[in-house]
Design a protein around this ligand. Sequence first.
Ligand SMILES: Nc1ncnc2c1ncn2[C@@H]1O[C@H](COP(=O)(O)OP(=O)(O)O)[C@@H](O)[C@H]1O
Ligand SMILES: [Mg+2]
Length: 251
Amino acid sequence: MRPFSIAVSGKGGTGKTTLSALLVRALVDAGRTPVLAVDADPNSNLHEALGVRLHETLGCMRESEFRKNIPPGVARNDYIELCFRRALVEEKGFDLVAMGRPEGSGCYCFANDLLKTCMTLLRRDYRFIVIDNEAGMEHLSRGTIGIPDMIVIVSDPGTRGMRTAVRIRDLARSLGLSSVPVFLVINRFKGTDASAVAWEPFGVIPEDPEIEAAEIAGLPVGSLREGSIARKAVSQMAEKIIAIANEKIRD
Ligand SMILES: Nc1ncnc2c1ncn2[C@@H]1O[C@H](COP(=O)(O)OP(=O)(O)O)[C@@H](O)[C@H]1O
Ligand SMILES: [Mg+2]
């Protein structure tokens, strides 16, 4: 099985985690399981948005301990897979893994290499992978998440947000990801001026008071009621993504 992976990017606070969580839910609801949710933001909070508990991140594996702990006779990759499985949170229809932050100072090569191996080992088990990235393009530029099938840039409707979206798109291209389609999603749209739109948006998520209510009540955004405007908008987006994935499989 070759999974279809979606990297969600954008500047801080635009709604990457919100979209990622709603997208995971929408893909599960559409029966496109199993889905892997990857939290690639060092300040992991995708689990909260999905309402699941996280006990370990991959980043906390240190090189020294890692080498020391490999049981005799166990191959390196088998051990990586074992560690990975330990960090994996299994839910109905989806699993979640958080990359966390590599510990200590100095070279991150080991952690990056480990993440890369993990992702390669993991991929084969899933139909869809949704990656919630940090504001930068760190994991995309370091190659830890591999080459995604599509990049979704989340932006607020304002001019400044759009400028950032264009910058991220250009950055993705300069990182050798020019073959990857980059889509724009406008979030928190209030039905007003859309003249600033940088390029034809793939989806628009309206400002949804139910998201704010969930935030205040400390409830996971992933469990918004089905009829909520944000959930409806993301379900439509999921349908489009499924169609693109089907198209890609046929090719
Ligand atoms: N469509 C929306 N309507 C209302 N509030 C939203 C919407 N999308 C995101 N938010 C709120 O905006 C804040 C930032 O969203 P978040 O997904 O955490 O952004 P990011 O992951 O990009 O930093 C959160 O408080 C979230 O509840
Ligand atoms: Mg986030």
